[in-house]
Design a protein around this ligand. Structure first.
Ligand code: DLL
Length: 432
């Protein structure tokens, strides 16, 4: 199976624009009537629902930010009667109060469909066994893929995250064909299998659907090699739906945004104006079919690039690149913008493991950055001189790509904490 809803996924651009216009107009009307907070924001911006006649008018609407969600915690932005809400999810983020989102039955049905689109795009069908190692609970990852697999009629294996030894037994015994988890956890599973001497070529696993955190092309290649699979990216966020907002196809060149349900914009984060295709911009989403939590012009803080080029998979939805970082994850080191993913690229290109951590500090008013990287078991027996030579080589590599001097420290194998969910790559002590 290649498509879950082929007619929609390959609709003409005109058709997509028509859906978006109709659905945006309706959603704006509904939130204006039902959500006092939105009405007030629109009044402050001098906009009424009558001003929104098509998708082209979207820029007239005010933005919604994380702070709006916190101000209306927990249910202040819900746009349906509370007794229509059949599920909530929440995300704590890294700072501040958690945010809460809700779904009606219809919302869940749509979410199942978009996750099924992702599963079909990686080759899954009714006969597939889908191993879900994203966490089940308030986090959206587990339930999202579980719903998609169930709707497709495939067999969901709801392992949730953690207990890596058991994950591996299940991968060996239950016939898992598609592994869904964060890329860092997939790497940990792969490393553990290597240590246990598991021959991954004997497993029926064919594909991985990895997302929820930034990961690089280099990491993709390593995961594909170690697990003997094709590794696909999936993007999503709690505020918009969860996993499946954008999904990668067999081309592996970016993720198609489910534009029948979400309108995507890429904007200059400072001016709020659109950036052209191919140029990095902050991703802003509007939900146009959701009943319970139809957020409008939500500033994700994720930075990515859009492409409207025709994709050879046949899908017509716009593609977004792997997010290269977040506006709030971007480290400013002595005035230079640094994304953790750039550091990962250097390390992996030089043959190091993706087990690293970035420590940022301020000493005598000067930003310092230290990158701790695990050495391989083989390197561990090297002499001190050889290790410091290797550290120096990485420092050079980072300097030439990033333009800032970083201190590199090779640390013993298995000393950087592994994560069963999202990896913690950056410790910024300047914020303390
Ligand atoms: O991470 C939803 C999800 C679950 C997506 C499972 C994919 C798979 P949140 O916890 O709200 O939701 O985190 C959302 O994670 O704004 C991005 O910064 C980051 N993120 C999500 N997917 C990717 C990805 C889920 N493929 C935040 N690449 C987003 C890079 C990603 N970053």
């Amino acid at each position: 199976m290649k498509f879950w809803q082929e007619e929609i996924e390959t609709a003409s651009r005109e058709q997509i624009a028509q859906w978006q216009s109709e659905r945006l107009v309706n959603t704006v009307k509904r939130v204006y009537e039902k959500v006092p907070y939105y009405r007030q924001k629109m009044e402050e911006a001098g906009v009424t629902p009558d001003d929104i006649k098509s998708v082209d008018d979207i820029s007239k609407l005010p933005f919604t930010c994380k702070q709006d969600l916190r101000d209306t915690y927990p249910y202040g932005l819900f746009a349906c009667d509370m007794d229509e809400v059949v599920r909530v999810h929440a995300s704590s983020g890294t700072t501040g109060k958690q945010i809460v989102v809700g779904y009606t039955k219809n919302d869940l049905d749509i979410w199942d469909d978009i996750c099924a689109r992702q599963l079909a795009a990686v080759g899954a069908d009714k006969s597939s066994k889908i191993h879900v190692s994203y966490g089940y609970g308030l986090f959206t990852g587990g339930f999202g893929f579980h719903g998609g697999a169930t709707k497709m009629g495939a067999m969901a294996i709801p392992v949730s995250s953690g207990n890596t030894a058991r994950q591996i037994t299940i991968l060996q015994d239950f016939g898992s064909e598609v592994l869904c988890c964060t890329p860092s956890y997939a790497m940990y599973i792969a490393e553990t299998m290597e240590k246990m001497g598991v021959d991954t070529s004997k497993l029926p696993l064919k594909a991985g659907i990895f997302g929820a955190e930034p990961w690089t092309q280099e990491m993709r290649l390593q995961l594909e090699e170690k697990l003997g699979i094709k590794a696909y990216d999936v993007y999503g966020l709690t505020e918009i739906m969860g996993p499946g907002v954008a999904y990668e196809c067999s081309e592996q060149t970016g993720m198609h945004v489910n534009e029948d349900h979400f309108i995507i914009e890429a904007l200059d984060p400072d001016t709020g104006l659109p950036v052209p295709d191919g140029q990095p911009g902050e991703i802003v989403f509007s939900c146009i079919t959701k009943e319970a939590f139809p957020i409008l012009r939500y500033r994700t803080r994720d930075i990515a690039v859009l492409s409207h080029e025709k994709c050879s998979c046949g899908r017509t939805f716009v593609k977004m690149s792997k997010p290269m970082g977040r506006t709030d994850d971007m480290l400013i080191i002595r005035g230079v913008n640094v994304f953790p993913s750039q550091i990962e690229t250097v390390l992996l290109n030089m043959g190091y493991s993706p087990n690293y951590q970035i420590l940022v500090d301020r000493v005598n008013n000067l930003d310092t950055i230290q990158v701790q990287v695990e050495m391989s078991d083989k390197m561990f027996s090297d002499t001190v001189t050889e290790i410091s030579k290797a550290e120096h080589a990485i420092e050079e590599g980072l300097k030439s790509l990033l333009g800032v001097a970083a201190d590199v420290k090779l640390v013993a194998p298995n000393t950087i904490a592994r994560s069963e969910g999202k990896a913690k790559r950056v410790v910024d002590n300047r914020k303390k």
